[in-house]
Design a protein around this ligand. Structure first.
Ligand code: FMN
Length: 189
């Protein structure tokens, strides 16, 4: 069974319908993340999630740069993606932690799409302030944040976001032949 159509349909919207998304609505997506592969099965991914309409949502949003706050304010929830970068067992650095957290969020994003929701990740946020203000464990590194909701242009969508959505209609990707090579055909750039 191929899920390529589902994968291709995932997209990062700038316009959301403004409806709060409760954790239970998207719990299966976190379950998909839980089942990701990881080096030594270390499972270094951690998530914080807060639905819209709460002080906690506003607190998380405050760590994003203003450009991102401009669209994130309309998301139905905000997630923070964290990686535990040292071993729970011996405290040694886990060099695969960020890679494995990416595995988990990849699975999360596809299950979320299957559930009928969208996510828009952002790395332009103040990770140091977030870590300090939320008093995170030293071992937990904030990797990215994400706005979650149903991507839609509504009557409440500001014009600048409508235009940003219009500009994203054509989604571009490199050619597969530029990404996958055999040994006899080396990468030239
Ligand atoms: C790790 C990561 C960080 C990103 N940071 C931002 C960001 O700070 N602001 C933003 O508007 N989009 C951000 N994006 C969204 C990308 O721009 C988007 O995924 C890319 O343009 C491809 O579009 P698509 O997700 O719709 O396929 C980020 C995506 C990822 C995976």
């Amino acid at each position: 069974m191929s899920i390529i159509d589902l994968i291709r349909s995932r997209k990062s919207p700038y316009a959301f319908d403004g409806q709060p998304v409760q954790f239970d609505e998207i719990k299966t997506a976190f379950e998909a993340a839980r089942w990701a592969a990881s080096a030594y099965n270390s499972q270094p991914w951690r998530f914080i999630y807060e639905p819209a309409g709460t002080d906690a949502f506003d607190r998380l949003m405050s760590f994003a740069i203003p450009f991102n706050q401009n669209w994130l304010q309309f998301a139905g929830g905000i997630g923070v993606i964290l990686a535990r970068t040292t071993s729970e067992h011996n405290g040694n650095p886990d060099p695969s932690a960020i890679y494995c957290t990416g595995m988990a969020i990849g699975q999360f994003s596809i299950e979320l799409t299957a559930l009928g929701y969208d996510l828009h990740q952002l790395s332009a946020f103040d990770a140091e302030a977030l870590k300090r203000d939320l008093r995170l464990l030293d071992a937990l590194e904030p990797i990215a944040m994400m706005g979650i909701g149903k991507g839609a242009i509504t009557e409440a969508t500001p014009q600048d976001l409508v235009e940003m959505e219009e500009g994203r209609k054509v989604r571009e990707r490199k050619q597969l032949s530029d990404l996958v090579k055999s040994l006899s055909e080396p990468f030239s750039a």
